[in-house]
Write a protein that binds this ligand. Structure first.
Ligand SMILES: NC(=O)c1ccc[n+]([C@@H]2O[C@H](COP(=O)([O-])OP(=O)(O)OC[C@H]3O[C@@H](n4cnc5c(N)ncnc54)[C@H](OP(=O)(O)O)[C@@H]3O)[C@@H](O)[C@H]2O)c1
Length: 242
């Protein structure tokens, strides 16, 4: 049984952990980010905050599935950013726009492209969207990130219902990974409290050794994706799962 894993944001952090786990598990692995991925030869170098890159990604993804003809696909959309940390209307507008495009719009557009390919090629496909507790709890300084993760959760719920109507060829899952030791967390800890008033909580979690390892989290996410042992449209926190 051949399995194709396509992961966005696999150059570091959780995405790199996921890509390593996919490769170790024998999947054909491909990835997309701006800098080179941690593993694998099949890479698309693209800035996913740029709307013109979304069609390029869709064509690349479609061609990969066409070429590899896998029995199953797993598409993990993991790329995201917290930049710019700060209050809406007080941060650089261009950086804010980039955040909205990457975190809110790209997950929906790329997810829809993966569904279209699955249907065109009749390939059973799991779509995993990385979400966050910030999609349910509001954090001052993260307005566009919180809004984006709430959007991701609702996209997965709605798509899960749609795909159940279409026979579950595509299954969608949103997973919050917990607090993981990555560059994103380092950026949080370096925030100015006037831009991110909750910064001390994250500094304390780090000082207390409470951050999870990205390789371990990547491997757990990969197992969860491959198992497909969850109802279509599930939104879950990895910490609540066995
Ligand atoms: N770390 C945590 O504690 C935590 C908690 C909750 C949720 N999450 C979620 O988990 C996912 C991964 O987070 P992480 O902590 O591993 O982040 P990270 O260390 O900052 O890595 C982010 C990845 O996304 C890619 N990326 C960023 N901007 C991009 C762009 N414009 N175009 C293409 N790729 C881009 C980066 O690659 P390039 O820079 O090479 O493009 C990198 O590979 C995110 O969705 C995040 O929201 C993380």
């Amino acid at each position: 049984m051949s399995l194709l894993a396509v992961i966005t944001g696999a150059s570091r952090g959780i995405g790199a952990g996921l890509a390593r786990a996919a490769e170790a598990g024998g999947a054909i692995t491909a990835s997309c980010s701006r800098s080179p991925a941690a593993v694998g030869e099949r890479q698309l170098n693209a800035d996913l905050a740029d709307p013109t890159a979304w069609a390029v990604f869709a064509d690349w993804y479609d061609a990969l599935v066409e070429q590899q003809q896998p029995d199953r696909c797993v598409f993990v959309h993991n790329a995201a950013t917290l930049t710019p940390i700060g209050f809406a209307g007080e941060v650089d507008p261009e950086a804010y726009r980039t955040n909205v495009l990457l975190n809110s719009a790209a997950p929906q557009v790329l997810g829809a492209a993966a569904i279209a390919t699955a249907r065109r090629t009749d390939t059973p496909t799991v779509i995993v969207q990385l979400t966050s507790g910030a999609g349910r709890s509001a954090y001052p300084g993260w307005s566009s990130y919180c809004a984006a993760k709430a959007a991701v959760d609702m996209w997965v719920r709605a798509v899960g219902l749609e795909q159940a109507e279409r026979g579950d060829l595509v299954r969608a899952l949103a997973v919050a990974p917990g607090v993981v030791a990555t560059e994103m967390q380092a950026e949080i800890r370096s925030s100015d409290p006037s831009a991110f008033p909750n910064v001390e909580r994250f500094r304390a979690l780090h000082a207390d050794g409470e951050l999870a390892d990205a390789a371990i989290i990547g491997a757990r996410l990969w197992e969860l994706a491959v198992s497909a042992d969850w109802p279509n449209g599930t939104v879950a926190d990895l910490r609540d799962l066995a």
